[in-house]
Design a protein around this ligand. Structure first.
Ligand SMILES: NC(=O)c1ccc[n+]([C@@H]2O[C@H](COP(=O)([O-])OP(=O)(O)OC[C@H]3O[C@@H](n4cnc5c(N)ncnc54)[C@H](O)[C@@H]3O)[C@@H](O)[C@H]2O)c1
Length: 544
C-alpha cells in the first residue's frame, strides 16, 4: 500500500491536494468566470463528478450551441479533491481529457471547450454550486458486496449520495434544476433526494419544491464514447410538472434530441427503474450463456460458432459471448440496486427477485473458471501453477477502453496469485491498475475484490508491463482476457518466438480462429478457451 498526500495521475504526475486557502481563491476565480459568461448569455451548469460519465457529459454540454450557433452553456466540472480523483481537475484544466478511450472526439471536445471556446473549467470547490443554473449529478453510487457470488449479501452505499444531495440543497438557488444522472436505487429521487432537499430548502426559507429530475446515462466508453452521450436516446422524468418541463428543455438544448428523441416518463421511479431493467436484462443474457459455455467446453462444441449461427435470426441478434466475467462499473451492481431498493427504500419484505440477482452472481463467478483452465492446461503440459510465470493480456473490462473497474481480469489475476502463480499484466490502455495497487489512506481500497482472496501481498508490487513482446519472455501461460485490437491478430509463430518455450494459451473471448489454434498446437503449446469445446477435435486432427 502506498501512503501519500498527493493525487497521482495515471501518467505518474503528482498533484498536491488543495488547502483551505486554495479553496477561497478558487471560488473567486469561478465567480469571475461565471459573471463573464452570464454576460455572454450563457447558463452556468455544474457537472458534479468528473468520472467516465461526468467528464464527457460536461464536455458535451460545454460544446452545445444555441440556435444562433453561439455556445449556450458554461460548464464547471466539479470533482471532489480525493486522492483518487483530484488529479483530474488540473489535467482537465490543461485541456486534456482525464478519461482515455479510442474515440478521438473525447480529446478534441475537451481541448476545444477548455482552451478555445473556454466554456469548460474544472474545480474542486463545492461552493461552485452556488453559481449553478443547472446541476448535473454524475457521482457514483456504489453497491458493496460482502461476498462473491451472493449479491443479496451486500448493501448500497447511500451515505455519499445523501451527503451530495445535502450539499447541493445548501448551496443552490431555488430555481436551479438538479438533474440526477447517477444510477440509483429506484425510489431515490422521490424518497431520498426530495425530502432531504425540501427540508434544507425550508430551513433556508425557500418556498416551493426543489426542481428535481432524473435522466440516466447510456454512455458506452469506447469508439463512440461522445456519440453515446450526445447522439443517443434518453429517458427522463421530473419530480413534478415544472421539473419535467425544465429537464426536457435542458436536454433538448444540450443533446441531439432531434434525431434521438427523448422518452419522458411520468415519475422518477419509472426512469430509475428503466435504467436498472436495461442493465439487468443485459446481465441476464450474458449470465444465461455461462452454462452453455460450460456445456460447449465439455461436449466438443465451439460456442463461438453456435452464437454466430443463432444470431442470424434477427430476433436473437443480441446474443453475445460473455467473456471471462462481466465487469465494468454498471452490470455487476445495477440489478442489486433494484433488489436492495425493493426492501430498503420501498419497504417490501418478500423476495421477488430471482433472475436479477442470479445473473449478477453467475457473472461474478464466471471469471474464476479461467484460472482453473490455466491450471488444467499447465497440468496437461506436466507443469504446476505454483510459481509459474503467467502473462495476462488485458486488464480492463471491455475492449479498447482503460476502465478496469470490476473487470474479469482482476478476478483472474487475484485467483491465479492466490494459487501461487506469478502474474505479469499487459494492457495498452491501462497505465496503472488502481484496484490492484491500493492506497493505504484511501477508504475505497479496502472495499475491493481483494477482500475475497488470500495471499494477495505480492500484487502490491504489480506494474503494468509496457512492452507486450518483452513481457512474454519465458512465461508458462498466456491468458488473452480482453479482445483489445492489439491482441486480435497475434501471430502464433511470433508469440512462440517471444516466449521461447512451449506454453499454454487460454483464450477467454473466442479470439483465436481454428488456424491459429492449430498452429499453437503444432508449436507444442496447449490451448484452451472459454466455450471452445472443439479444441480437442482440432488436437485429434493433428494426430490423424
Ligand atoms: N461508466 C459507465 O459506463 C456508466 C454508464 C451509464 C451510467 N453510469 C452511471 O453513472 C454514474 C457515474 O459513473 P462513472 O463511471 O462516471 O463513475 P466514476 O467513479 O468514474 O466518477 C464519479 C466521480 O465523481 C466523483 N465524486 C464523487 N462524489 C463527489 C462529490 N460529492 N462531489 C464531486 N465529485 C464527486 C468521484 O471522485 C469520481 O471522480 C454511476 O451512477 C454509474 O452507475 C456509468
Amino acid at each position: 500500500m502506498k501512503t501519500r498526500n498527493v493525487s497521482i495521475s495515471p501518467a505518474g504526475e503528482e498533484f498536491p491536494l488543495p488547502d483551505a486557502q486554495a479553496a477561497a481563491g478558487e471560488l473567486e476565480r469561478l465567480r469571475g468566470l461565471a459573471a463573464e459568461q452570464r454576460k455572454l448569455g450563457r447558463e452556468v451548469v455544474v457537472v458534479m463528478g468528473v468520472g467516465f460519465v461526468g467528464a464527457v457529459m460536461a464536455a458535451v454540454v460545454a460544446d452545445s450551441r444555441k440556435p444562433d450557433g453561439e455556445p449556450g452553456k458554461f460548464v464547471i466540472a466539479l470533482q471532489r479533491p480525493s486522492l483518487r480523483g483530484y488529479w483530474k481537475i488540473p489535467v482537465l484544466n490543461r485541456g486534456v481529457s482525464p478519461v482515455k478511450a479510442e474515440d478521438p472526439e473525447v480529446d478534441e471536445l475537451i481541448h476545444r471547450c477548455v482552451l478555445e471556446t473556454r466554456t469548460l473549467t474544472a474545480t474542486f470547490t463545492e461552493d461552485a454550486l452556488e453559481l449553478a443554473d443547472v446541476v448535473v449529478v454524475d457521482v457514483q453510487c456504489n453497491y458493496q458486496k460482502n461476498s462473491l457470488g451472493d449479491v443479496r449479501n451486500g448493501t448500497t452505499d447511500m451515505e455519499a449520495l445523501e451527503q451530495a444531495f445535502r450539499t447541493i440543497a445548501e448551496k443552490i438557488g431555488p430555481e436551479t434544476l438538479v438533474l440526477i444522472e447517477t444510477t440509483v436505487p429506484p425510489g431515490t429521487t422521490e424518497q431520498i433526494a426530495f425530502p432531504i432537499m425540501k427540508k434544507i430548502f425550508e430551513t433556508r426559507g425557500i418556498e416551493g419544491n426543489p426542481l428535481l429530475a432524473h435522466s440516466y446515462e447510456r454512455v458506452m466508453p469506447g469508439r463512440h464514447y461522445v456519440a453515446s452521450v450526445r447522439d443517443y436516446w434518453r429517458v427522463c422524468s421530473g419530480i413534478d410538472e415544472r421539473a419535467r418541463e425544465r429537464v426536457v428543455r435542458f436536454l433538448e438544448e444540450v443533446l441531439n434530441t432531434k434525431e434521438y428523441p427523448l422518452t419522458v416518463l411520468d415519475r422518477p421511479i419509472e426512469s430509475e427503474t428503466a435504467k436498472i431493467v436495461e442493465n439487468s436484462y443485459r446481465a441476464a443474457i450474458l449470465a444465461f450463456m455461462d452454462e452453455w459455455s460450460l456445456f460447449a467446453e465439455r461436449n466438443g462444441v465451439d460456442l463461438k460458432r453456435v452464437i454466430e449461427a443463432v444470431k442470424v435470426r434477427p430476433t436473437h441478434s443480441n446474443l453475445i459471448f460473455p467473456g471471462p466475467g462481466i465487469g465494468g462499473y454498471c452490470l455487476p451492481k445495477d440489478g442489486a440496486l433494484g433488489v436492495w431498493a425493493y426492501r430498503h427504500i420501498l419497504g417490501w419484505e418478500d423476495e421477488i427477485f430471482r433472475f436479477t440477482a442470479q445473473a449478477i452472481d453467475t457473472n461474478d463467478m464466471r471469471s474464476l473458471h479461467v484460472p482453473q483452465m490455466v491450471r488444467d492446461a499447465l497440468r496437461n503440459m506436466g507443469e504446476a501453477i505454483a510459481a509459474a510465470d503467467i502473462l495476462l493480456l488485458g486488464a480492463s473490462y471491455r475492449p479498447d477502453v482503460g476502465d478496469t473497474r470490476y473487470s474479469g481480469s482482476e478476478l483472474i489475476l487475484r485467483r491465479l496469485t492466490e494459487m501461487g502463480a506469478s502474474v505479469r499484466v499487459h494492457d495498452p490502455y491501462v497505465e496503472s491498475w488502481g484496484e490492484i495497487e491500493g492506497l493505504e489512506d484511501d477508504p475505497e481500497s479496502s472495499k475491493g475484490y481483494g477482500r475475497f482472496f488470500a495471499r494477495q501481498k505480492n500484487l502490491e508490487r504489480l506494474e503494468i508491463e509496457p512492452d507486450m513482446w518483452k513481457a512474454m519472455r519465458g512465461v508458462k501461460s498466456i491468458v488473452i482476457a480482453v479482445p483489445h485490437k492489439h491482441y486480435l491478430d497475434l501471430d502464433p509463430d511470433r508469440v512462440a518466438e517471444a516466449v521461447g518455450r512451449p506454453f499454454a494459451v487460454v483464450d477467454c473471448f473466442c479470439i483465436l480462429d481454428d488456424a491459429r489454434i492449430l498452429r499453437y498446437l503444432q508449436l507444442g503449446c496447449e490451448v484452451k478457451g472459454l466455450g471452445r469445446g472443439h479444441i480437442r477435435r482440432l488436437k485429434d486432427s493433428l494426430k490423424g
